[in-house]
Write a protein that binds this ligand. Structure first.
Ligand SMILES: [Zn+2]
Length: 77
């Protein structure tokens, strides 16, 4: 696997990325990600929290369907 950042000559960077990163040291591999990044604010907009949010609402939807199935609540019309 290589860095694959677009270079000024139009090609893709063929250097190896830093360990645990997708880019080489010249193409952003040195900058920290997540909480360590200097633009990090609250973490509510990270890929991880969005995935958790989606999982949460899917779970609530499932609970609602279960409640309807068991006759606990009326289905919406
Ligand atoms: Zn590179």
């Amino acid at each position: 696997m290589s860095c694959n950042a677009k270079t000024r000559s139009g090609g893709l960077c063929q250097k190896h990325p830093l360990v645990g990163k997708v880019r080489c040291r010249l193409h952003g591999g040195l900058s920290p990600s997540g909480e360590l990044h200097w633009n990090y604010r609250h973490g509510n907009c990270t890929k991880e929290s969005r995935r958790k949010l989606a999982e949460g609402s899917a779970y609530i939807k499932l609970l609602g369907e279960l409640a309807i199935y068991l006759g606990l609540i009326e289905p919406k019309r």
